[in-house]
Design a protein around this ligand. Structure first.
Ligand SMILES: [Zn+2]
Length: 394
């Protein structure tokens, strides 16, 4: 990764000096740019996500201004630590023109059905990336940061991929490293494989990437045998993956592997598309499975960055990611939401999808799903055993 080593002035997204001590409380990085932004009428990312988390957290009294930071937009030079200058220029040009040539479409995969040209095609991902780069700076002396707009784990250096134009997890990890965290554990519980992050750090001995994802789902990479030059543990899981299976993987693989690696920082990509209600995947987790992972990883390194990721049902994403913030702060999640929070969830729409027609009442009145336990299937036990042996965990 030496070619990405840059002078501090090039890296910094703000002029704020690094704090001298660890962060006193978890920091939420957000922005109003996500409110009302849509990839287009028929695209899965037409639904509100981060704005719901901000509104719900405020309605619950969980987002005092001291814990909220507006995300800066990363400058092109900061993005070019991993992305090509030509690609960044193409995104900016696409935003200005609101169109791309066939040549740009073929080379950079923008203007496709998955990665459409939309009004904030540059500013929105550059803001999410700016938040993740800033997190690397602000975590220099330790702490906890949540950037739910981050987690765009499919982005490639020279092209968009899987709704991701930039790769903010990679940029976050480069920023963490630049600010003193040498060894980084990256854990990804999105329903899709973290192909872009794996591309970024394959063969890096100071990075451990663990990705749990649905087998045979797009992008179909991340097979069990794929170890990314020794840097990755890939665990594809079958359809209907349940809470008990996630708990088993957490206890038997994720926690021992991360503890054994002894990282300076943990980055968790907490995509919300592995829950039953998600329209793009076929897994069967409840949001409580995600919160257990969030809580368990917290004590394994002095720096902890939690990112968002996928998640395409507006109610399940908003509820899950707000619960992540509660978990990071130790807030008790009420059994029934107060009226102001309920109003946020009742105000959501899911146009053009059957799930939007008659949402069940508990999507409006609760954050916490009923847990979804089940048998731990042999396939999962055998995969975990194989990965444990590979890391020398017995
Ligand atoms: Zn996903």
């Amino acid at each position: 990764m030496t070619q990405f080593t840059a002078a501090p002035t090039r890296l910094a997204v703000t002029d704020t000096a690094s704090p001298s001590g660890p962060l006193e409380a978890p920091v939420f990085i957000g922005s109003e740019i996500y409110r009302g932004s849509s990839y287009g009428r028929m695209h899965p990312l037409r639904v509100p996500r981060v704005s719901t988390v901000m509104d719900l957290s405020r309605a619950l009294g969980w987002l005092p201004s001291a814990q909220y930071q507006t995300s800066p937009r990363a400058k092109p030079a900061a993005l070019e630590r991993w992305h090509s200058p030509e690609y960044i220029a193409a995104l900016q040009a696409a935003e200005r023109a609101q169109a791309v040539s066939d040549e740009v479409k073929a080379r950079h995969h923008i203007g496709t059905i998955s990665n459409p040209v939309f009004p904030e095609i540059y500013r929105r991902p550059a803001t999410a990336a700016g938040g993740s780069i800033l997190a690397g700076e602000r975590l220099a002396a330790g702490g906890v940061i949540y950037n739910p707009a981050g987690g765009t784990h499919h982005g490639m250096p020279d092209r968009a991929n899987g709704f991701c134009y930039l790769n903010d997890p990679v940029l976050a990890m480069l920023s963490l490293r630049h600010h003193g965290a040498q060894r980084i554990a990256y854990v990804d519980i999105d329903a899709h494989h973290a192909d872009g992050v794996e591309h970024g750090f394959a063969g890096d001995p100071d990075v451990l990437m663990i990705s749990i994802h649905e087998e045979n789902l797009w992008p179909k990479t991340g097979k069990l045998a794929d170890d990314a030059g020794g840097s990755a543990l890939n665990l594809p899981v079958p359809r209907s993956f349940n809470d008990s299976e996630m708990a088993y993987i957490l206890e038997e693989l994720i926690l021992p592997a991360v503890a054994d690696f002894a990282p300076d920082a943990v980055v968790l990509q907490c995509g919300a598309d592995a829950v039953t209600e998600d329209p793009l995947a076929h897994l069967d987790l409840s949001n409580t499975a995600h919160w257990s992972v969030v809580a368990a990883l917290r004590t394994l390194a002095p720096r902890y960055l939690v990112l968002g990721g996928g998640g395409y049902n507006p109610w399940s994403v908003g509820r899950l990611w707000t619960g992540v913030w509660a978990t990071l702060n130790g807030h008790e999640i009420p059994d029934r939401l107060p009226p102001a929070a309920e109003q946020v969830l009742r105000g959501l729409e899911f146009k053009g999808h059957r799930l939007g027609r008659n949402p069940p009442e508990h999507w409006f009145t609760t954050l916490r799903d009923t847990p979804r336990p089940g048998p731990v299937r042999d396939q999962i036990r055998e995969s975990v055993a194989q990965l444990r042996r590979r890391r020398g965990l017995g």
